[in-house]
Design a protein around this ligand. Structure first.
Ligand SMILES: CCC(=O)NCCS(=O)(=O)O
Length: 353
């Protein structure tokens, strides 16, 4: 049952309106420009309470980089609109064209700010519809039927979200935990139903378990979702074993490595795994390309805290363009393959059917 407005078919929907897919240019498919992440606060280790409460300072930077989720102020990216604007201007200078802003309901989406940033910087910004993980669902959301959730998501794309006329251009990031909760399953089914009506792109945040990406895709598939137009995010902290990665890849979603710039000894959300370094991320991209998946790969930084902005000594939104692309080329990935990952694959994904 297709409801799409004819004007959206074949186009990409940004916060400033529809554009031709060829206008996107190089695209980071998973970023946040303004959001809050207090829902994921991790209590500091014993003895670190003072550091966690101190203002962000140079002498504490290493601690902050290794413990980003234990510092309340670091979780308030929404306080940094001016710094983000400067970053976006640098991103354009570095050759960037577009950014998919994945902030959904639950982590303080702010569509007027996104529109303002798009106007002031010339970067195309595509906003996300739908809901983040269960801990952020309101009681009202939890009580909703799949049909009601579907209506809300469809409305955010066709007419505008959060009481504005600013329309989202993707569904997601749709948050899931591990195990996936009942409320999250309803949102996944609503996502699939909305996608069926609209022919739009979808992006999923999996729970922190190697089985989580496959389980989320299965739920979407059973509800009729278009997996070929769906991105699985955060694979760099989800599936480590190459054979298991190839098994997941066969399911047909886009494969997103979106934590470029994150280099940590301990991954605070799952101390049992060793988070990939940037070099290992590039090796994994090369592996997936050798295995025939170059049309399915997407990359980004998923900036969602202050400490990753250049203002705070972080790598910023231009790290992939300035540092990772040269590394990819030096490791045998061709310019043509880089262009696929940064331009062609995002374009195919973001264009409404
Ligand atoms: C809202 C930002 C987000 O969910 N980022 C993912 C962080 S992680 O789960 O991959 O560590």
């Amino acid at each position: 049952m297709r409801q799409i407005m004819p004007e959206q078919s074949g186009k990409v929907q940004t916060v400033l309106g529809l554009i031709e897919p060829d206008q996107l240019g190089r695209t980071m498919t998973h970023e946040h420009l303004t959001m809050t992440f207090e829902c994921s606060h991790v209590p500091p280790a014993s003895g670190d309470e003072g550091l966690a409460a101190a203002p962000i300072e140079m002498k504490h930077l290493h601690w902050l980089q290794q413990n980003p989720y234990s510092h309340h102020e670091n979780l308030l990216l929404n306080q940094e609109i001016e710094a983000v604007k400067e970053e976006l201007l640098c991103y354009r200078k570095a050759g960037g064209g577009s950014i998919v802003e994945n902030t959904t309901t639950g982590i303080t989406r702010n569509l007027p700010v996104l529109r303002q940033l798009a106007k002031e910087t010339g970067v195309h910004i595509i906003a996300g519809a739908g809901y983040y993980v269960d801990v952020t669902h309101s009681d009202e959301t939890r009580k909703m039927t799949v049909e009601k959730l579907t209506d809300i998501i469809v409305n955010e794309i066709l007419h505008g979200a959060d009481g504005t006329d600013i329309r989202c251009g993707v569904i997601g990031e749709i948050g899931t935990s591990w195990p996936i909760t009942e409320s999250e399953k309803k949102v996944l089914r609503a996502t699939a139903h909305a996608q069926t009506q609209l022919g739009c792109p979808v992006i999923i945040h999996p729970g922190r378990n190697k089985a989580a990406p496959g389980e989320a895709i299965r739920i979407l598939q059973e509800a009729g979702g278009d997996i070929s137009k769906t991105v699985m995010s955060h694979l760099d902290r989800s599936i480590y074993d190459p054979r298991e990665l190839l098994e997941f890849a066969k399911m047909g979603s886009y494969l997103e490595y979106d934590l470029f710039g994150t280099e940590v000894l301990n991954y605070q959300f799952n101390l049992d795994v060793d988070m990939l370094s940037d070099s290992q991320r590039v090796q994994t991209l090369a592996f997936l390309i050798r295995e025939g998946y170059e049309d399915r790969i997407l990359i980004a930084h998923d900036i969602h805290t202050k400490h990753r902005l250049t203002k705070y000594g972080g790598h910023g939104f231009s790290h992939i363009l300035k540092n990772i692309v040269p590394k990819m080329l030096s490791r045998g990935i061709t310019q043509n393959q880089v262009d696929k990952i940064l331009i062609e694959n995002p374009k195919q994904w973001l264009t409404f059917k």
